[in-house]
Design a protein. Structure first.
Length: 524
């Protein structure tokens, strides 16, 4: 007798669905370890990444569950290495540990995690002082472990403010938005090969589109809310790819004249052509700018012909590079991410001050919360840790915005200085450092993280576009994804040291001394 092919739908509560996906990943680890010889468990896949072993990965997974569920969620003391205070990859250093012990420790940790998950509501937020946020819920922790396949329906709601339904919601300024019909799917792609306007180009199998674009956009502010930019002139640094390219393209789509300030002439001109293919008639042009060389920054400012400047987007940046120095002798990340933009903004300040409604938007990162600026070692000469140096440069972005907003206010200017961060967006930043050093395993892991966890560059650009164009953006505001790593634009939590007036003033004075740019236009 033939059995019917149709099956009844699987019904389970939200906690069961989320934990089931996590348990599936845990089971894979268990099967990989079963029957594995000690020598094989400690064998490195690549000579350039000696810690990338089966044993190292199991140790990392145990550390991850302990950190997420016990340290961040319950606020317990860390049982293992701390990210900002330990050597890189300390959680995978298991030399001499019997491989059979590692899966046992991992399974015990999983049991502890399960008890925590069973005892707390999905909407309960973390207790660790650096993790307290209305979006930092147990649900978010669980959902980060898995990826919904493209095109599948939403079966759970990330938070009350991020409902996928058609009800009213709020914008990042807290204003209530009326219910509205679903916005159309994101209809453009700035990558090479995309053609046409208003039509989604064909995508290769497995290519991701951000959930904000795949699903009806009733979660808040989207690119469709960008006001008309006709008659406005914008400069976007690092606009040849990633978030900068999307930002420049969307501003041009709304009628702005956009100058793409990029280090590479070839990639800058390619970006101009991509935008013109997407937006016929777009007023975009390439201008050379190397933020690692202050002479290039000065040349850019001197060649800037328009008498006014409506928008400066300090977007360009580097992430977690091996130690290096700029042409002027500054540590690379601090020099490019902060000092280069500090100098550029100061040299263009006169144009901004003479333009009604002008804005300066500086792109920071949620990772700024990992480290404050070390005023005694701005160039990381005593000790260099790439991720700490990156976090310090992103803190510098926020201190700069805070102090610039204060100085603009005291000068009686209406120029708005604001900051934004993209959350976890799939750009080339995450893989650059590993690629420069030939660490192929680290590069592949970063690429995997981009595919599994990250939102697209299109979604990552939304906080910047909001800060740059939305009405009512306040000076010194900080906009990021609603859920921290992803989501529609919303006010973002920032470390308290980024609002320290004295620290901002000290960094400002040091930056003036290092760059020779003194913001004379703000002094009189």
């Amino acid at each position: 007798m033939a059995l019917p092919r149709a099956r009844p739908p699987f019904v389970a509560d939200e906690r069961t669905r989320l934990l089931g996906r996590l348990d599936m990943q845990r089971a894979i680890v268990h099967y990989k370890c079963e029957g594995l010889a000690d020598a094989d468990a400690h064998r490195s896949a690549l000579p350039t990444s000696p810690l990338m072993t089966v044993a190292g990965i199991v140790s990392h997974l145990r550390w991850t569950e302990n950190t997420w569920f016990e340290v961040l969620f319950l606020g317990r003391p860390a049982d293992g290495p701390r990210f900002a205070e330990s050597p890189e990859d300390a959680d995978m250093r298991v030399e001499g540990v019997p491989p059979a012990r590692l899966p046992e420790e991992y399974e015990r940790q999983c049991a502890i995690s399960n008890d925590i998950i069973a005892a707390h509501a999905p909407d309960e937020t973390g207790r660790h002082p650096d993790y307290t946020s209305s979006a930092a819920t147990l649900r978010r922790m669980l959902s980060t472990w898995w990826r919904r396949p493209p095109g599948t329906p939403v079966t759970w709601t990330p938070s009350a403010n991020c409902s996928m339904g058609r009800g009213a919601t709020t914008d990042p300024a807290g204003r209530t938005l009326a219910a509205r019909p679903a916005a159309p799917r994101h209809d453009q792609d700035y990558r090479a090969g995309a053609t046409g306007q208003g039509v989604a180009p064909a995508r290769p199998p497995g290519d991701r589109v951000a959930e904000e674009y795949r699903m009806p956009s009733t979660t808040g502010w989207t690119r469709h809310d960008i006001p008309d930019q006709s008659g406005r002139t914008a400069v976007v640094t690092g606009a040849n790819n990633g978030i900068g390219l999307v930002t420049a393209g969307e501003l041009a789509r709304r009628g702005a004249r956009v100058l793409l300030a990029c280090r590479s002439g070839a990639r800058g001109r390619q970006a101009v052509e991509r935008i013109r293919r997407q937006v016929p008639g777009a007023e975009v042009e390439f201008r050379p700018l190397d933020l690692a060389d202050l002479s290039s920054v000065r040349a850019f400012a001197e060649s800037y012909a328009p008498g006014t400047l409506d928008l400066l987007v300090n977007n360009a940046g580097v992430m977690a590079l091996p130690y290096g120095r700029t042409a002027d002798g500054f540590e690379t990340q601090f020099g490019i991410n902060h000092l280069g933009h500090f100098a550029l903004t100061g040299l263009l300040a006169g144009k901004l001050l003479h333009t009604p409604g002008a804005r300066v938007v500086t792109v920071s990162s949620g990772m700024h919360a990992l480290a404050n600026v070390d005023m005694g070692d701005l160039n990381s000469e005593r000790r260099y840790r790439r991720w700490v140096a990156y976090a310090r440069s992103k803190t510098a972005n926020l201190l700069f915005t805070h102090e610039l907003a204060r100085r603009l206010r005291e000068a009686g200017s209406e120029v708005v200085a604001a900051a934004a961060h993209p959350g976890y967006a799939a750009t080339g930043l995450q893989t650059a450092g590993a690629r420069m050093e030939g660490r192929r395993t680290a590069e592949r892991l970063a690429e995997l993280g981009n595919r599994v966890f990250a939102q697209s560059a299109e979604a990552g650009a939304l906080p910047t576009l909001y800060a740059a164009t939305a009405p009512g953006v306040r000076p010194d505001s900080f906009t990021g994804p609603r859920l921290g790593l992803r989501g529609a634009p919303a006010p973002s939590r920032r470390a308290p040291w980024t609002l320290d007036h004295a620290a901002g003033e000290r960094l400002w004075v040091a930056s003036e001394q290092l760059t020779g740019v003194t913001y004379e236009d703000l002094k009189g």
